[in-house]
Design a binder for this molecule. Structure first.
Ligand code: BGC
Length: 292
């Protein structure tokens, strides 16, 4: 899916071409697998869902409010020849998550891949941050990943390994952020939720590895989505953002989607408990390029 198809006007660095995902992959590495992607109606989640379909997986497209976005992802998946349906669920609600997994088992028989992606920002200077803003971000970003990861682990343990499908009993990919290691003033709730995801992911990975369940994280840097429009929409904002990105281009959602397909596939079978930073070098302390 080209960046320009996402319904908002992008600012591109004139010297660099946009990243475009190839049409349905000939190499269907996830054929026969069933995936569930949370927050898949827009941005990173939508691209991941479609890319998993390109790789041959059937996909549950979870959304909380944007049914139109979810329906678009479902249509793109069906055009790829895989099965897909949209599932409304608030990932912070245990009842919603249980119902979502129950339906997935009814429709697809099982789930092999979870991409726990749903997340949001509610920014405020720390001394003005309300308890409601703190709780909202922690409950969607962190508790939501806990609930979906727990239901996936239950299902993977119940089913066990099916060698004809995958080397692993199941794969979990937690979508975190560079802010699981980079502190972020004005976004304390968000950074705390992402730091929490990091230790949750590693601890669960340690616990479930003997069951051949792999749990990893992708930590995106600045990716062109509606969540951070202010950081890339004008040439001035884009230039300021590039000071933080050694690779000198904004990330596209397809950059993350490709990493997710790889982490979901048996190509990464010996990888668990790892965090893959897909950030154009944002975590390389670019402030030290000349200083220090
Ligand atoms: C945030 C974006 C931000 C990026 C890099 C992401 O996790 O959601 O708003 O641009 O980190 O700072």
């Amino acid at each position: 899916m080209a960046a320009t198809d996402k319904g908002f006007a992008p600012y591109h660095d004139p010297g660099l071409p946009p990243i475009v995902m190839p049409e349905c992959s000939v190499e269907r590495k996830l054929k026969g697998q069933k995936a569930l992607v949370t927050g898949a109606s827009s941005g990173i989640g939508k691209s991941i869902a479609v890319a998993l379909g390109h790789a041959g997986a059937d996909v549950v497209v979870n959304y909380s409010r944007d049914q139109k976005g979810a329906d678009e992802a479902v249509a793109a998946l069906q055009a790829c020849g895989v099965r897909a349906y949209a599932q409304r669920a608030d990932v912070a609600s245990e009842d919603d998550v249980l119902a979502m997994f129950e339906r997935a088992r009814a429709e697809f028989g099982t789930i092999d891949i979870l991409v726990a992606n749903a997340g949001l920002q509610q920014d405020a200077p720390f001394d003005q941050m309300t308890l409601a803003q703190w709780n909202k971000v922690i409950s969607v970003n962190l508790t939501g990943q806990f609930l979906c990861t727990r239901e996936s682990v239950r299902e993977f343990k119940r089913r066990g390994v099916k060698p004809e499908v995958s080397c692993a009993a199941g794969k979990i990919i937690c979508v975190s952020s560079v802010h699981d290691v980079i502190p972020w003033a004005g976004h304390v709730n968000y950074a705390a939720s992402k730091g929490g995801i990091s230790m949750m992911m590693k601890s669960v990975a340690q616990e479930v590895a003997p069951f051949r369940i792999r749990v990893n994280a992708i930590s995106p840097g600045a990716i062109r989505t509606p969540i951070n429009m202010d950081a890339w929409q004008t040439p001035e904002a884009y230039a300021a953002l590039m000071k933080l990105v050694p690779y000198k281009r904004i990330g596209e959602t397809d950059d993350i989607a490709r990493a997710a397909v790889w982490l979901a596939s048996d190509d990464s079978d010996y990888i668990t408990g790892a965090t893959l930073y897909v950030d154009g070098g944002m975590t390389l302390y670019p402030g030290f390029e000349t200083g220090g």
